[in-house]
Design a protein around this ligand. Structure first.
Ligand code: ADP
Ligand code: MG
Length: 353
């Protein structure tokens, strides 16, 4: 008689365990507001507790990064570093930020300076250091030329371990084209630390994935840069990131003209010919930097820059909806609509397109 309640418990626990096993992994999803954008975290798992703990951990990490790496708000590390550069002073920074800046210095060089996170003053001049989209006429020609002539470059930064200084006081770091890719990679690694090996982290169409979605790969859509909807769908493999730079989300509009938030460091003006550039790579930070560089490179130089940056999976969409892409990209991408024209180019060709 006394054993019966115990038996009942054993039976109940066994039933619950079986039920959990029978259910198997399912989608768990949560959205965070970080870096001024919505970050959707999804994991295919049977460990909901681990998922919630991982998401809370990522929320904290990203809120901290946002504060520390902000280019123009608050008193974070990057704001102080930019002030030190302007004053010709040396500043000791965290190992994490120093590592991020070393990486971006490398990618800036690989991109022949088309990705140039040292142009923070130019980005500010165009009004993109603001939460609201900028309005009014573009800045005057002389001010733009002045900042271009000052030639801020990542190569001006000297590293003495984590003590940094700049030989050029016009250097002001803006990680807007780079930090998202770095953070997405980090998110995937952190989820894996929590035992979540099948996940996708997506910030407005920029994403990294791990594992698969059950017995299928993760499948995503690439947003059309003109109008609504998706231009293409693609299966994304374990460890891959897909990053797109576009002039459709943040821009300045005046007198019927749109000024993109991606600037050409060579002339100080927003890029015109490219509506979006998409890069697939295992390295999210590289893909983010490269998507920006390829937007600047445009139809005439994209193959050369793709080769310099070691990329095989690239797609550009120009203002007319014309698509330029590498053979590897063409093989795996599924276009969801008829394209006006598709041009396939191998990275490294002479760029005479
Ligand atoms: P998106 O935000 O569409 O993903 P990007 O990754 O290209 O686009 O980031 C654009 C941001 O990067 C701009 O808002 C600005 O802060 C900064 N930026 C603009 N032009 C450049 C450039 N040529 N190199 C590096 N950073 C840039
Ligand atoms: Mg970018």
């Amino acid at each position: 008689m006394r054993r019966r309640p115990l038996l009942r418990w054993v039976f109940l626990i066994a039933t619950l365990t079986l039920a959990a096993c029978a259910r198997g992994p399912v989608d768990h999803q949560q959205t965070l507001l970080v870096f001024g954008t919505l970050l959707e975290i999804k994991a295919f798992t049977d460990k909901p507790d681990a998922f919630h703990r991982a998401v809370a951990d990522l929320d904290q990490t990203f809120q901290r990064m946002h504060r520390v790496w902000h280019a123009w708000k608050g008193e974070g590390e990057l704001v102080r570093l930019n002030r030190a550069f302007a004053a010709g002073e040396t500043l000791q920074i965290s190992t994490e930020l120093a590592e991020l800046l070393r990486q971006s210095q490398h990618y800036a060089e690989l991109s022949d300076g088309l990705f140039n996170p040292a142009i923070g003053h130019l980005v500010g001049l165009w009004g993109f250091h603001s939460d609201e989209p900028p309005g009014g006429p573009p800045p005057d020609r002389e001010s733009i030329q002045g900042l271009v002539d000052a030639a801020p470059s990542m190569a001006d930064i000297q590293f003495n371990a984590n003590r940094l200084s700049s030989a050029n006081p016009s250097v002001a770091i803006d990680l807007g084209a780079f930090a998202k890719g770095y953070a997405l990679n980090l998110a995937i690694r952190r989820l894996s630390d929590f035992g979540l090996a099948h996940a996708i982290v997506n910030a407005g169409g920029d994403l990294c994935v791990s594992g698969s979605h059950g017995d299928r790969p993760w499948r995503i859509g690439i947003r059309h840069p003109q109008g609504d909807g998706v231009i293409a769908a693609i299966d994304v493999a374990d460890g891959e990131c897909v990053l797109t730079s576009g002039n459709y989300e943040r821009y300045r509009e005046y007198d019927g003209i749109r000024y993109a938030h991606i600037l050409d460091p060579r002339n100080g003006y927003p890029v015109e010919h490219v509506a979006s550039a998409t890069v697939i790579s295992h390295d999210g930070a590289l893909a983010d930097a490269a998507a920006t560089a390829l937007s600047v490179a445009g139809p005439s130089r994209w193959r050369e820059i793709a080769a310099r940056m070691g990329l095989s999976q690239v797609m550009l969409v120009d203002e007319q909806g014309k698509v330029y892409l590498t053979p590897v990209m063409q093989q795996r991408i599924e276009f969801q609509r008829t394209l006006p024209e598709m041009i396939i180019g191998v990275p490294g060709s002479d760029g005479s397109m």
